[in-house]
Design a protein around this ligand. Sequence first.
Ligand code: ADP
Ligand code: MG
Length: 264
Amino acid sequence: MTTVLAVANQKGGVAKTTTVASLAAALHALDRRVLVVDLDPQGCLTFSLGHNPDKLEASVHDVLTGDTPAAEALLETDEGIDLLPATIDLAGAEALLLMRAGREYALKRALAPILDDYDVVIIDCPPSLGVLTLNGLTAARSVLVPLQCETLAHRGVGQLLRTVSEVQQITNSELSLLGALPTLFDARTTHSRDVLGDVSDRYSLPVLDPPIPRTVRFAEASASGATVLSGRKSKGAQAYRDLAANLLEHWENGSPLRTYSPEV
Ligand code: ADP
Ligand code: MG
């Protein structure tokens, strides 16, 4: 059975897109068939996987608002992952979808015919809690919340969890909230750990293991149109490989997710 994972946080710059690309590459390296969906009009995921959003014939926008089947908009990437790309057109999709019945289900319906071709589908949500994110959460079975370990990281988490809970009640009773993924983590400071302890206490939100360390390699990777996993060895790449193994154990063998305890 295909697992569909949404990566969501309405805050920008918390490493959603980096997490989608790196986790997808790590799952592909473990021989899983992986599709990633770019739901952000900025097209950063599309760009970071080596495609120019300004030069595409079809994108997720045409799939969500028109008659284009998802299969016709799919692109292959050098990383071996398939991509349903985004262009800036997607910025207009919110308004178009708002006038439609069943607007939250557009992505779920579009993915249904191609779902069997993949073991894992990962959805990169935009930095908002609008119709596009609702589509991502409605199409998903699990949701992961990247959280940058800085002061005030928790601002907005309550609102996001309320949205997840509403989706669970209204459009997707199967949706399970996996927890927070600490990103841009600096293990040398107690600050990162304090922030995580605070968030997990406040919202009783599991914090997944391992935290993703802050390393310069990520900026280099996204600029080069490849993920951090295809470059030289790095601690960040290893963290995403460990996360992939943690998630697969959970999805495929039903093991409890390994969590990180900030106290230790
Ligand atoms: P979002 O999709 O949530 O807006 P991005 O994935 O685009 O966030 O990441 C924001 C910025 O942080 C990017 O410039 C990215 O290269 C950088 N970044 C992400 N993860 C790391 C990391 N572990 N270490 C250093 N920089 C990172
Ligand atoms: Mg992004």
